[in-house]
Design a protein around this ligand. Sequence first.
Ligand code: PGA
Length: 242
Amino acid sequence: MKKPLLVANWKMNPTKLAKAKEIAKFYDNENVVICPPFVFLNEVKETIKKASLGAQNCFWEKSSHKKGAFTGEISGEMLADIGCRFVILGHSERREIFKEDYLSIKRKIKITLSLGMTPILCIGEKGGEEKKQIETIKKQITDSLEKSLVKKIIIAYEPVFAIGTGKPCDSYLAEKRKLLIKKILEEIVKGGDKTPILYGGSVNSKNAALYIKEAGFDGLLVGGASLDKKEFKQIIESLKEL
Ligand code: PGA
C-alpha cells in the first residue's frame, strides 16, 4: 500500500512566524504536506527538508491578467514559484464564509493544474437528510470538475459537521461516502475511481489509523491537530506501521 498522505491545514494559524517554523521543523516528513498561511510559505519552505509545501487557496487568474489588478489576491504563479506542490481548494470554510461558488472553484482547479501543482478539492455535506447529503456531494463534484480534471486531482472528503468540532465522522459512514465519491468520479470518467481520496474532520492521533485501515482512505487532511506538534507527530507514528 502507498504511504498515506498527511495534509496539515493550519488555516489562519499560528499568529507568530517563529511558532510556524518551530512546528514545521518538528514534523518534517516525506508524506506530509504543510499548508501554512500565505505569509509563512517562504519561511516554512526554508525550514522543511522532506515535507512538501501547500497553499490554502489560490486566485483563478494569472498575474499578467489585467495587470494583476486583483487587490488582496495571490496568484498560482506566485505559489508555484515559491515551491508549492499542492493547493487546497473549495474548503467548506471558503464556500460558506467567502461564498466561493462552483465556477470559481473550477477555475482555481484549472489554473493550479496548469502551473504544475496538485489541487486538493474539498467536498462534504452538512448533515441532515441522507438523500439531500448525497445530492450535495454529487453536485459539489460534478459542478466543480470536468472529465479532463478528475484524474489529476486529490479529493478531500470533509463532512462539515466533523470539521473543528471534535466530533469525527464515524469511519463506517466515511467509508460509505468514499465509495459514493468513487462511483461519481467513475461515472464522470473511466478510471476516475482511482483518484486519491483523503478524509478530514476532527482527525487526531486516536482515530487517524481507522480512516486509513478500516475506511480505506488514501490519506488525511488535518486541521486543529496539525498545530499541536506532539499530537501531529503521534498521527505520523500511528500510520507508520500500516
Ligand atoms: P479539523 O479541520 O481537523 O480541525 O477538524 C479539518 C479541516 O478543516 O481541514
